[in-house]
Design a protein around this ligand. Structure first.
Ligand SMILES: *Cc1c(COP(=O)(O)O)cnc(C)c1O
Length: 443
């Protein structure tokens, strides 16, 4: 069995509780075609078998972390009401839970005062941050590292803002000298700093970029969609810790609870340090916001209808596992990171594998040793397929020559990029499973 069945009866229990809150109303008997639903549902289960086993520790490929049972159950429970966090009219309790959950994330990044809300994911969250930045400094460009998520160049084009990629060092972190040269030659309004790149989990040196803001005056946006929760981890490398410690000084931050925060998809978060940017969202919808003077989240969000269930799930998860240092949730992140370091060490001891860098967070990337770049890529693809045959699920990612060459995996450069193997050790269970996983990889 790979799924947790034990908690499912809790949903029926809690649903009765929820129902009791409405028993002043006349009885209705919802008509449901139980047999029809059973038939379709079984067909769904059958079809969903065609997936990688994301829930299992032997899945260590893409950024996929199973939602916590409490998140699944709270989400399901909320769906019976199906609140819409656009306005208080659409969901009072879930809107308040969203404000509380978002405040929890803001405290995690070091802010008591803030403005923020949940949204569909990191793309939308980054979009809002870049949009606010554009409204505050029209005509100015966005800069992000060449290892930043591709969404930034695409979002800049949607916003019709010029975009400048900044080169990275051999470990995939923004090159601060190159950034300064760019700041001297172009009119940069916003620098996007990635704390935890999607491909390799590397961390831009935010602490060294901050002083440039004093000199050149730009907005600092942190894309921590993936890495944000590592603010809670205490055993980071010193330079990584310095970057995370600098977050409170930036203007906006994006964190995806659906990446590392144990949430189902559809849960991103954007946070602004200055609450007054809320004025940029102003609109005058004639048909919402009549029932209360409390803040309606739709007044500070670009998306209109939003799932209250996502807020309820995040709130419930944070009640059980508060996002604080030294807590159980933080310990889970530390275990994943320890698993990544163990995998890195194991790979380093075998001449067939060439890790590109020591993991900064919990992602491990390595090239296959080969005479030529194209042969290295071919071996990586073959290894990926062979691992899958042994029920270990990895991912592939392509890296530029500049990040592979220093590791010494390749003799002859017949290609400017190399396909590498990538493992995201995001589940706490990866700690105890790593030996078994390495055993299968060895085979
Ligand atoms: C995943 C990710 C995004 C995109 O977020 P989605 O939730 O997939 O829309 C943006 N930036 C970084 C650094 C990411 O890891």
């Amino acid at each position: 069995m790979t799924f947790d069945h034990e908690t499912l009866p809790l949903l029926a229990e809690a649903l009765k509780d929820l129902d009791a809150g409405f028993d002043r109303l006349p009885e209705v008997t919802p008509r449901v075609d139980v047999e029809g639903i059973r038939r379709v549902l079984n067909e769904v289960a059958e079809r969903l078998r065609d997936n990688y086993p994301y829930q299992h520790p032997q899945y260590i490929g893409q950024m996929l972390k199973p939602p916590h049972p409490v998140a699944r159950l709270a989400y399901s429970l909320a769906m019976f009401v199906n609140p819409n966090n656009h306005a208080m009219d659409g969901g009072r309790a879930s809107s308040r839970m969203e404000k509380e959950a978002v405040a929890g994330l803001a405290r995690m990044v070091g802010w008591e005062e803030h403005l923020g809300h949940l949204c569909s994911g990191g793309t939308m969250a980054n979009f809002e941050a870049l949009w606010v930045a554009r409204e505050l400094q029209p005509g100015k460009a966005v800069a992000a590292s060449s290892q930043a998520h591709y969404t930034h160049s695409r979002l800049s084009s949607v916003l019709q803002v010029p975009f400048h990629p900044v080169p990275v060092d051999a470990r995939g972190r923004m090159d601060v000298d190159a950034l300064e040269k760019l700041l001297q030659s172009e009119s940069i309004g916003t620098v996007v700093v990635t704390l935890g790149t999607t491909a390799a989990g590397t961390v831009d040196p935010l602490d060294r970029i901050l002083p440039l803001r004093e000199k050149y005056g730009f907005r600092l946006h942190v894309d921590a969609a993936y890495g944000g929760y590592f603010r809670l981890v205490e055993d980071l490398r010193e330079e990584t810790a310095r970057a995370f410690a600098a977050i409170p000084a930036v203007d906006s931050v994006v964190i995806d609870p659906h990446k590392h925060g144990l949430q189902p998809y559809g849960c991103g978060c954007v946070l602004f340090r200055d609450p007054s940017v809320g004025r940029i969202y102003r609109h005058d919808s004639p048909y919402t916001y009549f029932t209360s003077d409390e803040l309606h989240l739709g007044e500070i969000s670009l998306e209109c209808s939003r799932p209250g269930a996502a807020a309820v799930a995040l709130w419930a998860t944070q009640q059980l596992l508060p996002p604080v240092r030294g807590g159980e949730f933080a310990a889970g992140l530390e275990q994943g990171r320890a698993a990544a370091l163990e995998l890195h060490e194991w790979l380093s001891g075998d001449s067939r594998f060439v890790p590109l860098m020591e993991p900064e967070l919990d992602i491990v990337v390595w090239a296959m040793w080969a005479e030529t770049a194209s042969e290295s890529s071919r071996r990586a693809r073959a290894f990926f397929a062979e691992a899958e045959r042994r029920d270990v699920y990895l991912a592939l990612a392509s890296f530029p020559r500049g990040m592979v060459e220093p590791a010494g995996a390749v003799g002859d450069w017949d290609d400017e990029s190399v396909v590498c193997l990538r493992a995201c050790a995001m589940k706490p269970e990866h700690r105890e499973w790593m030996r078994a996983i390495a055993g299968r990889l060895e085979a």
